[in-house]
Design a protein around this ligand. Sequence first.
Ligand SMILES: O=P(O)(O)OC[C@H]1O[C@H](OP(=O)(O)OP(=O)(O)O)[C@H](O)[C@@H]1O
Ligand code: HPA
Ligand SMILES: [Mg+2]
Length: 166
Amino acid sequence: MSERLPHEKGFHVSWDQLHRDSRALAWRLDGKGPNNGEWRAVVGITRGGMAPAMIVARELDIRVVDTVAVKSYDHQSQSEAQVLKHPDRELMGDGEGVLIIDDLVDSGKTLEIVRSMYPKAHFATVYAKPVGHPMVDTFITEVSQDTWIFFPWDMALQYVEPYRGK
Ligand SMILES: O=P(O)(O)OC[C@H]1O[C@H](OP(=O)(O)OP(=O)(O)O)[C@H](O)[C@@H]1O
Ligand code: HPA
Ligand SMILES: [Mg+2]
């Protein structure tokens, strides 16, 4: 992760905010599928894409949900992107009619490798940073490249000192 740092800003996303933004993503995608506006399936990119994928599938009433697991970061090197688990081959085909969902696109490396496997799929993320834009078809909120997004599953409630401390 070191090459992604330092990030000057932090964008802290609560469960409630993630739910709202994922719903907004679903609504934006509604009716945009290639077959009479319909999508055939939702695929979440594990692990961060799983919660948004579930919310999108629920909103759009899509019951066919699968996952793809990509390991793009090996501490120092970003170049060793590997697919650790593929979605069902028959389901996927070239990806047409399939919505592939992730929580965010940053450098775009993760989406790039999935896109190379399913070029006709539609790629959607809840959040996006500018460098990753070319890899994503639909997203909801953009943050600057020097912002680190903190997701609710990586945070906990904790005490903070009052603004006017002792
Ligand atoms: O656009 P990129 O630079 O490839 O970065 C974005 C990816 O990085 C994060 O996943 P991570 O690999 O940290 O794994 P996780 O989803 O299991 O937390 C995030 O969930 C995206 O999948
Ligand atoms: O900003 C981020 N937040 C969390 N995970 C990430 N993976 C790449 N960029 C980010
Ligand atoms: Mg991820």
